[in-house]
Design a protein around this ligand. Structure first.
Ligand code: CO8
Length: 257
């Protein structure tokens, strides 16, 4: 059987996960979600991996939860699946995750993209939370991550209407980090990943952790978290190397120590 998630390493320090259910527009069935979570757990623990690219294909990043699998589901089955643990494996990833979105990112697909730290979208990308149109609502963080990303009134419009928006609108509202031409999408995302992969990984990891933990903490607590992480980085060799290299006018060599 074909893998539902294909892993490769397109550059040093960069792992790429590609959803591979093109016949169903990468709809997220349980098997795919399990495979994805397993990959995230492995990549999270690998010291050689600095950045993770999360891709679909040209037609779809992911068109949401697999409706064929869900149609006859009942509440108890849903609870017993413990699906939130599969999502948590992605949310807990300490390395930067870049979602590379072309085509549809709908429902669970949009929620999956919102688990990333950076979203690079193709001009053709379409985002939406159409769950309401099939009688449910987002169940993988969509109401909360969208709210935090774009604010109440834009989030409510998308969530309550189920309307889709294009990449330009998503960029304008702060749902994506950057838009690239369709044919340039993967190259641009890889360039960004490679750039981040060359930076000191301890600093990169601290930035991710503090931004995410701080976002939901009171400001004073979040600022304290930032200060502690900042001070901690002065215990790293990469801090000495980075600053010394600047003063010596040479390129720094970061070792993740
Ligand atoms: N589930 C299962 N199969 C799907 C899905 C899906 N979400 N989306 C598309 N497919 C399948 C179609 O059934 C079709 O299969 P087949 O060729 O065997 O008939 C194939 O993919 C191609 O789809 P279309 O023929 O419909 O392609 P179009 O280009 O005409 O339309 C659309 C593309 C607009 C994306 C359309 O397919 C669509 O509206 N899909 C459903 C989108 C949707 O409602 N997503 C939300 C699902 S609910 C959800 O995500 C809840 C999340 C809660 C928790 C998180 C769980 C992961």
């Amino acid at each position: 059987m074909d893998e539902l998630v294909v892993l490769d390493y397109p550059a040093a320090g960069v792992a790429r996960l590609r959803l591979n259910r093109p016949q169903a527009l990468n709809a997220l069935n349980m098997a795919l979600r399990r495979e994805l979570a397993r990959h995230f757990q492995t990549l999270s623990a690998s010291v050689d991996v600095r950045v993770i690219l999360l891709c679909g294909d040209r037609r779809a990043f992911a068109a949401g939860a697999d409706l064929a699998e869900l149609v006859d589901c009942d509440s108890i089955e849903l609870m017993q699946c413990q699906v939130h643990m599969l999502w948590q494996a992605i949310a807990d990833c300490p390395k930067p995750v870049i979602a590379v979105v072309a085509g549809y990112a709908l429902g669970g697909g949009c929620e999956l993209a919102m688990h990333a730290d950076i979203i690079v979208a193709a001009e053709s990308a379409q985002f939406g939370q159409p769950e309401v149109k099939v009688g449910v609502m987002p169940g993988a963080g969509g109401t909360q991550r969208l709210l935090r990303a774009v604010g109440k009134f834009r989030a409510m419009k998308l969530l309550l209407s189920g309307e889709r928006i294009g990449a330009a609108e998503a960029l304008a509202m702060g749902l994506v980090s950057e838009v690239a031409a369709d044919e340039a999408l993967e190259t641009r995302a890889l360039e960004l990943a490679t750039q981040i992969a060359m930076l000191p990984p301890l600093a990169v990891a601290q930035i991710k952790e503090v931004v995410l933990a701080g976002a939901d903490a009171p400001l004073a607590t979040a600022l304290m978290l930032e200060r502690k992480a900042y001070q901690l980085l002065f215990a790293s060799r990469d801090q000495k190397e980075g600053m010394r290299a600047f003063l010596d006018k040479r390129a720094a060599v970061f070792r993740g120590e």
